[in-house]
Design a protein around this ligand. Structure first.
Ligand SMILES: Nc1ncnc2c1ncn2[C@@H]1O[C@H](COP(=O)(O)OP(=O)(O)OP(=O)(O)O)[C@@H](O)[C@H]1O
Ligand SMILES: [Mg+2]
Ligand SMILES: [Mg+2]
Length: 483
């Protein structure tokens, strides 16, 4: 039997506010456990929550960035459940009146096509605390520093049909929330967490199958693995004539295993009701417009600009525009914008490969965009050959000098582009190879002739101690041999 895969995502995005959503406690990461949880965060009797305006501003910025309607009147509800890291006994969240209504995000796929993923809504809520199992023997530690940290939960429609699409969407969302500055984007600190809802249906069928939800994936790689794992598990069950139980599952990426956390039958009854401590929040036009003013260029807009301004193709433009830091590095390297395609090749090629190999982010790179830009300019104006440029790059990266010109000078990598000198070398080399010259001139097939040119290049490069400009050598050769 052939199956269609159906995927919908719920994404928790930690908002980059300085303080919590309903109190003045700090949200800074890494403090001593339980030093940043106030009486309000723990809902001690007699305390009252005070909404953090910045959290609303960030949520509205997100809504605008995903083309969504903004909820003009959003209401907080209590979602009641019992868990050790939830001291209030309920999570303050939004159910029926979220701050962000329906919107969409367009994703680019590897085959060059693009696809629209609809956002069902996004709501504001507070995070819970954290249970710590590692440092405690026979006990669980509770750290409430995270309790009350503002989140938006983004819920998509079940529009994705493969792990590739789901990961592309997740990456796009990561790029979006980081670019607009509402989230620090640090996945290792849990700033973005993905819940993946997956079901299968017979190929072509209109009816959705029963879904499972795999919770709390915090890396793109685990997300991809968890989807592959769950699709296979469901397929095995369905092909054996079984049925899928709607349940929440946990995936262990280190072991590539998943287990059931709870089924729908044993699911919590959350007893949602409007929070009596918080009034509905009304968002007016002025607030929306001031949030819009804070939005920087969005990745999609940047991509369009890169194509237009620098003449890049769609693929390069996307790779360079998704991450604001890579985009900034590229634009620094491009300088006046003359050699954009070459700069793009170096940023996406040598530079990115080096970052990957050393597991570094752009910000940790030992060279700046303008340093790379100077090297690119020297390649473009023929001062250095492409093989010489690799040596210059290496030296820049290692900090041997802080600019390409100094390295080209110190390592004698300057190409000879003085035509007079090059012509003389060509004359001397050709004089020493009369048989090959005759052979070339007798050859009628231009393709074969072109190949034969290679035979002269070796001796020419040798004669110029590797510093002759190959392009110019080639031009001179063709001219002299042809005439
Ligand atoms: N048949 C299905 N197959 C795959 N995904 C589905 C299917 N039906 C719904 N979904 C997706 O499941 C998600 C449902 O999220 P939603 O927040 O509405 O409910 P929930 O998971 O029951 O609640 P909670 O927030 O408590 O986890 C959405 O992303 C939706 O697109
Ligand atoms: Mg949900
Ligand atoms: Mg869910």
């Amino acid at each position: 039997m052939q199956w269609d895969i159906v995927i919908g995502l719920e994404i928790h995005v930690q908002l980059a506010t300085k303080t919590k959503i309903f109190s003045g406690s700090s949200t800074a990461f890494g403090a001593e456990p339980n030093t940043q949880a106030s009486a309000v965060d723990l809902a001690m009797p007699g305390t009252l929550p005070v909404p953090n305006e910045q959290a609303f501003r960030y949520a509205v910025m997100f809504g605008l960035a995903v083309n969504a309607e903004i909820g003009r009147r959003s209401v907080f509800d209590r979602k009641n459940y019992f868990y050790p890291d939830l001291p209030k006994g309920y999570q303050t969240t939004q159910l029926d009146h979220p701050i962000v209504g329906p919107g969409f995000v367009d994703i680019d796929l590897d085959d060059g096509s693009s696809k629209r993923v609809r956002i069902h809504h996004a709501h504001l809520e507070e995070d819970a605390g954290k249970s710590l199992h590692e440092d405690f023997d026979g006990m669980t530690g509770i750290d409430l520093n995270r309790a009350g940290t503002p989140l938006i939960e983004i819920v998509t429609e079940p529009d994705m049909t493969s792990a590739e699409e789901a990961v592309a969407f997740a990456k796009k969302l990561h790029s979006l929330v980081s670019s607009i500055g509402i989230c620090d984007g640090d996945m290792s600190q849990g700033s973005l967490r993905f819940d993946v809802n997956i079901s299968l249906k017979p190929k072509g069928s209109d009816e959705l199958g029963t879904r499972t939800e795999t919770k709390n994936l915090n890396s793109f790689r685990f997300m991809e693995q968890a989807i592959a794992h769950e699709v296979e598990r469901q397929m095995d069950i369905l092909e054996d004539g079984g049925r899928i139980i709607q349940e929440t599952r946990l995936y262990n990426g280190d072991r590539d295993e998943s287990r059931s956390m709870r089924s729908k039958e044993e699911a919590n009854d959350y007893r949602y009701f409007p929070c009596p401590d918080l009034l509905p929040v009304v968002i007016d036009d002025a607030f929306i417009e001031s949030a819009r003013d804070l939005l920087p260029e969005l990745p999609d807009e940047r991509k369009a600009r890169f194509k237009e301004q620098y003449g890049l193709n769609d693929y390069d433009a996307r790779l360079l525009s998704d991450d604001a830091r890579i985009a900034a590095f590229f634009e620094e390297a491009v300088g006046q914008g003359k050699d954009a395609k070459l700069a793009a090749n170096w940023v996406l090629g040598e530079f990115s490969a080096r970052l990957n190999a050393e597991d570094k982010t752009v910000l940790e790179a030992p060279i700046t965009g303008s340093q790379l830009g100077q090297l690119v300019a020297r390649i473009a104006d023929n001062t250095v050959s492409s093989s010489g440029a690799k040596k210059v790059f290496e030296a820049l990266w290692n900090g041997d000098a802080d600019n390409a010109d100094a390295i080209i000078e110190a390592q004698g990598l300057k190409q000879v582009s003085d035509t007079g000198a090059l012509e003389q070398m060509v004359d001397e080399v050709l004089a020493g190879m009369p048989d090959q010259v005759a052979q070339y001139q007798e050859e009628a097939d231009p393709k074969k002739q072109k190949k034969m040119l290679g035979g002269f290049m070796g001796p020419l490069m040798k004669a110029s101690k590797g510093q002759g400009n190959p392009k110019l050598f080639n031009e001179i050769l063709v001219r002299k041999l042809g005439g």
